[in-house]
Design a protein around this ligand. Structure first.
Ligand SMILES: [Zn+2]
Length: 80
């Protein structure tokens, strides 16, 4: 039997976040091992006192990077 798809929270958050101060990007798939942050850690799960490793901007200075495919006009969803 298959489980009902009532929960939408199972999808791991893999959003890349960009420092608006210096442009450094946090990729959850990579984490930040140099700071003790393991790969797979979503930006939301970073410690409250996380700061940009380059310019020390706080989490509040980060914005979610919107994934756009320039070859695809941006709007199309091409999940196979
Ligand atoms: Zn920065």
């Amino acid at each position: 039997m298959e489980a009902f798809d009532t929960a939408v929270q199972l999808e791991p958050k893999t959003d890349v976040w960009v420092c608006t101060v210096c442009g450094w990007m946090y990729d959850p798939k990579l984490g930040l091992p140099a700071k003790g942050i393991e790969p797979g850690t979503s930006f939301e799960d970073l410690p409250y006192d996380f700061v940009c490793p380059l310019c020390h901007a706080p989490k509040s200075d980060f914005v979610m990077k919107v994934e756009v495919n320039p070859d695809d006009g941006g709007e199309s969803i091409t999940n196979a």
